[in-house]
Design a protein around this ligand. Structure first.
Ligand code: GLP
Length: 243
């Protein structure tokens, strides 16, 4: 586990974008596992900036996103596809046919999860998986539970997650109650992990994930067992971790 200390959100975003850039430069046809949320937003902005300067080429890159709300279509402005398209894909030269996000409009969970697992398998697995950390310790949408869920599956979102994500919706009733997400095993099979965490509000959760017991109650704690995990976090998020 390697921890990169950033001064603030912008510094965290630049450091994280540097790691993704290195991956894309070293392996132009790599498979990037991508994430949504406010944490990686600055990372995408930085990558777009470097792309515009001619420093990066995404033409051969393939991507698989972590998760998607069940019930939301791609053109819904709260869907994760919409987020990815508007905050990253449309700004760089990635081939949209090489991008993958779970299909929120597929009502048959077994069918959609099997389809998504097959995509990841056919791509040969993920080279670098970008992750954020939920306030309750979730990664992707793997909520705290009794057991670690394995591959892509459909989850019931916890009330605290619905509460945390309601800021993006008009009213709390509009927040979907379920989501498709890569499982813990899918995430752990990525060859490299990049976790970005910012802000004092995540400090206790980050401490628990990195230094607490490895338990499904804090899904991010499983990352302690990954052989190549890179954490880029700002001082505020690292404030409860030992120096
Ligand atoms: C969502 C996503 C996660 C993300 C988390 C934290 O629930 N499913 O992938 O990591 O929120 O989001 P944020 O970075 O906005 O705090």
């Amino acid at each position: 586990m390697r921890i990169y200390r950033a001064t603030d959100y912008d510094d965290m975003s630049r450091k994280a974008a540097n790691i993704i850039s290195a991956q894309v430069i070293m392996k132009p046809n790599c498979v990037l596992g991508l994430a949504t949320g406010s944490s990686p937003l600055g990372t995408y902005k930085q990558l777009i900036d470097w792309y515009n300067k001619g420093d990066l080429d995404f033409s051969e890159v393939k991507s698989v996103n972590l998760d998607e709300y069940k019930g939301l279509s791609r053109d819904n402005d709260q869907s994760y596809y919409y987020f990815m398209y508007n905050n990253f894909f449309k700004h760089v030269n990635i081939n949209l046919e090489n991008t993958n996000v779970p299909n929120g409009t597929e009502p048959d969970s077994d069918k959609e999860c099997a389809r998504y697992n097959k995509i990841i398998e056919d791509l040969g697995g993920v080279d670098l998986q970008l992750l954020g950390l939920g306030f309750n310790g979730h990664i992707g949408f793997n909520e705290p539970d009794e057991a670690f869920e394995k591959m892509t599956h459909c989850v019931d979102l916890q009330p605290s997650t619905i509460e945390a994500n309601k800021r993006f919706f008009e009213k709390i009733e509009d927040v979907p109650k379920q989501a498709y997400t890569m499982g813990i095993k899918t995430i752990m099979q990525a060859r490299k992990i990049l976790l970005v965490v910012s802000g004092e509000g995540k400090a206790e959760t980050l401490y628990q994930a990195l230094y607490g017991p490895i338990t499904p109650h804090v899904p991010g704690s499983i990352l302690q067992l990954h052989p190549d995990v890179n954490i880029v976090a700002d001082e505020a998020a690292l404030s409860k971790c030992p120096r």
